[in-house]
Every structure is written in structure tokens, then in C-alpha cells.
Write a protein that binds this ligand. Structure first.
Ligand code: HEC
Length: 381
């Protein structure tokens, strides 16, 4: 009898799971994308769309809810903008630019290279936009501004004193500069950009087989008196990282002024810190970068062979990163986690991720499509 009861219970449970019909699926799509329940009217429309085999359209409808922008996308991008990877930071220009690019279907592979910026609508009476503080963005949040409607697209070269060519997508936002150009040696900008947008920290790209010829003077060639440590450890990151982070040679964070500075033709003093550690090391002459990780194990990151693999300045480096397969995979995996509330685990998840990566790359890197596809995949059966 007891067994029969359990079987009955189990059957009922499985049936309830199985009969998650279009209405439940619609509700889940909405919850996952907007984080709030849909209005009855929206739910009805979404249910009809799901029932009619147009679940992607239902997802697009859910993304019209302002909470998709104010909450979901804000929380999605916030951790990329600080070293603690915290979601609890005020709105800033980096986050706003991500939100705007997603809203406007701006090809997301330009995230690290475009001359683009999003600011608040002037009619809102916000504090003036400034290179030296975050008040404009912080006020948007404290005033509960609807980010879906309030963000206007502009360019960094129009809003800042950066000359054309200097802007490099979100890497040259004030928030990124404050977090990653502050002090140090500008290697942090590369490290954190790779963590957030290639989904790999440096341990995961470490490769001792690359030439050490561009490793800067501050890296000891015999740490603790042992050159093997240099060859087996330090080289693995610095051989590839140092020639990439050279792209940022003219950028700095001015702590006193509270702003990004850019000095074309003049390598920042931080590139010569501890130059006496190994005087025969590489001395940065300009902002020439080269990607030593195109060969070796990091060829797996899927670099775009149409691009030259080297150049001058942050924007062309941003193109190199943004057009890699790893960049597209990283965006898709982050969306999958955010929408499905779990990482991809099994074979079905992995093939879904692959399909989404292909769709993302062949359809102009539209992020909303990635969100929609993830929401439909995880809407339940
Ligand atoms: C796993 C990758 C990795 C390895 C291995 C590595 N480094 Fe670094 N190194 C970094 C990163 C990333 C930075 C930039 C840190 C920052 O500014 O946040 C850095 C910065 C530095 C700096 C600049 C000063 C500083 O601390 O920011 C020196 C000097 C340095 N490393 C020396 C070495 C030496 C010597 C070794 C070998 C014993 C070594 N590194 C091994 C990744 C690595």
C-alpha cells in the first residue's frame, strides 16, 4: 500500500512537471529575463506565443519590461566593472554602455573596441556628465530612472577629451579606468578584461612555450636567485600578457583628478617601474601590441585570422579579443548562467551553448537573441 502511495505521488509529481504548459513556460521566461512576474496581459500574450511555437517572440516581449534593463542587465554587467567582481556597485558608464548596447542590438563583438558611450537623457535633469566623477550615473540609479528609455547612445570622443582612436569600448570607460588602470602596471586591465570577457584568468592561459622577448624590465629573470622559476612560472603569463598589455601604454588613471588620462606618444611612467630589476628586459617604446597567444595552446581561443594579430593601442586589441571564439563563448555562457540560474552541465546544455554561440556569431552578435534563446531553452518542458 505504502509503495502504491509513493508511486501515485511520484506519478502525480512527474505529471505536474510534464504538464508545465505554455502558461507556466511563459511565466518562467518572463521571470528569468525580467526577474519580476508579468502583468496578466503580457502573460496572456506570451502564453499564446509559446503555444503557437513562437517562444522566442515571447522572450522578446519579456525583454520589453524595464526590469530587464534596470535589474537583470545591471546585475549582469556590474561584476565586470570592479576588481572584487561585486554586483553591489552604483550604476556607472561601463554598466550603462553594456545596457545600451544590448538594448540597441549593437554588435557585441565591438564591446572592447567601439567609440561608444551611453549617457542619461538630458531631459531628466541629472548631474552633468563628467570625466571626473560618477554622479551622472549614480543619480540615474538613486532617482529610479527607467534605463530602458533613459539611455542615449553617444561616443566617447564626443563626451571626453580622448582623441578619435583612443576610445576602446568599455575598457576606456571611467569605471574600467578607475578599477583597472589605477596604480600597478596596466596589466590588470588585460587580466580583468580576460576574466570577464574571455572567461579565463591568467592561470588558464599560462603557456611557457612563448618567447619571453617582450617581458618588461620589472620581472626578475631569476626570482629568489633561480632562473628556473622564471622559465617555468613567470614566463607562462608574462610572455603573452606583457606584449598584449603594451596596448595600454598611453592610458592611466589620475587618482587626484579622478579621471582617465591618455598621453599619445608618451608611455606612462608605470611601464618603467622597477626598471632596474632586469635592465636587459623589454623597455616599452610605444603602444604596439602583439598576440603571442595566437600560437601554442591558446590558439584554442579561436582568434580571428582575418585580423592582423598585432597593432597599436587599445581599440585594435579590443577587436582582437572581441572577435575571438572564446569571447563569443564567454558571453553565451554568462547569459546561460544568468538566465538558467546554473552553469551548462550536461551534453544537452553544451550542445545548446554551441548552437547559441553559432547563432550569436552568424547573426551580428545580438545579445538579446542570446538572452531569448537561453530563456526558451530553460523555460521547462
Ligand atoms: C598566473 C599568471 C602570472 C604568473 C605565473 C606571474 N605573474 Fe607577474 N603578474 C601577473 C599579473 C596579472 C600581474 C598584474 C597584477 C595587477 O596589477 O593586478 C602581474 C604583475 C607583475 C609585476 C608588476 C608588479 C605587480 O605586482 O603588479 C611583477 C614585477 C611581476 N608580475 C613579476 C612576476 C614574477 C617575477 C613572476 C614569477 C615568479 C610572475 N610575475 C609570475 C600575472 C602573473
Amino acid at each position: 500500500m505504502a509503495t502504491a502511495g509513493i508511486v501515485l505521488l511520484l506519478t502525480t509529481f512527474l505529471m505536474t512537471e510534464a504538464i508545465a504548459g505554455p502558461r507556466d513556460q511563459a511565466r518562467r521566461i518572463h521571470d528569468r529575463l525580467a526577474g519580476v512576474p508579468p502583468s496578466p496581459v503580457v502573460l496572456d500574450t506570451m502564453e499564446d506565443l509559446v503555444a503557437g511555437g513562437q517562444a522566442l517572440d515571447a522572450a522578446y516581449l519579456a525583454m520589453e519590461n524595464r526590469a530587464f534593463y534596470d535589474v537583470t542587465l545591471k546585475n549582469f554587467a556590474a561584476p565586470w566593472t570592479n576588481r572584487e567582481e561585486s554586483v553591489f556597485v552604483p550604476l556607472n558608464d561601463y554598466i550603462a554602455t553594456v545596457i545600451g548596447m544590448v538594448r540597441d542590438d549593437v554588435p557585441f563583438n565591438t564591446l572592447l573596441s567601439a567609440d561608444i558611450l551611453y549617457v542619461g537623457d538630458p531631459s531628466l535633469g541629472l548631474p552633468a556628465w563628467s570625466m571626473t566623477n560618477n554622479n551622472h550615473y549614480a543619480a540615474m540609479e538613486t532617482q529610479g530612472v527607467n534605463l530602458r528609455d533613459a539611455l542615449l547612445q553617444t561616443t566617447q570622443s564626443a563626451m571626453t577629451d580622448l582623441p578619435p582612436g583612443a576610445p576602446a569600448g568599455v575598457m576606456t570607460t571611467r569605471a574600467a579606468a578607475e578599477a583597472f588602470f589605477i596604480a600597478g602596471t596596466n596589466r590588470a586591465m588585460l587580466r580583468f578584461t580576460m576574466m570577464s570577457h574571455i572567461c579565463r584568468d591568467l592561470e588558464q592561459v599560462a603557456d611557457t612555450s612563448r618567447s619571453p622577448d617582450r617581458i618588461r624590465q620589472d620581472v626578475s629573470r631569476s626570482p629568489g636567485g633561480d632562473s628556473r622559476v622564471f622559465l617555468n612560472n613567470c614566463v607562462s603569463c608574462h610572455a603573452g600578457m606583457d606584449p598584449l598589455s603594451q596596448a595600454f601604454a598611453y592610458y592611466d588613471w589620475d587618482e587626484t583628478a579622478g579621471r582617465l588620462v591618455y598621453s599619445p606618444g608618451q608611455v606612462r611612467p608605470k611601464y618603467f617601474l622597477n626598471e632596474d630589476t632586469f635592465p636587459f628586459g623589454f623597455r616599452t617604446p610605444d603602444d604596439r601590441w602583439d598576440n603571442y597567444w595566437r600560437e601554442g595552446q591558446n590558439a584554442l581561443l579561436g582568434w580571428d585570422m582575418q585580423l592582423p594579430g598585432g597593432g597599436y593601442g587599445a581599440a585594435s586589441l579590443g577587436q582582437e579579443l572581441g572577435n575571438s571564439l572564446a569571447f563569443a563563448q564567454c558571453q553565451v555562457e554568462k547569459v546561460f548562467r544568468a538566465v538558467c540560474l546554473r552553469p551548462p552541465v550536461d551534453a544537452a546544455d553544451r550542445s545548446q551553448v554551441t548552437a547559441m554561440v553559432n547563432s550569436f556569431r552568424s547573426n551580428n552578435f545580438v545579445m538579446r537573441q542570446v538572452f531569448a534563446e537561453a530563456a526558451v531553452f530553460c523555460m521547462g518542458d
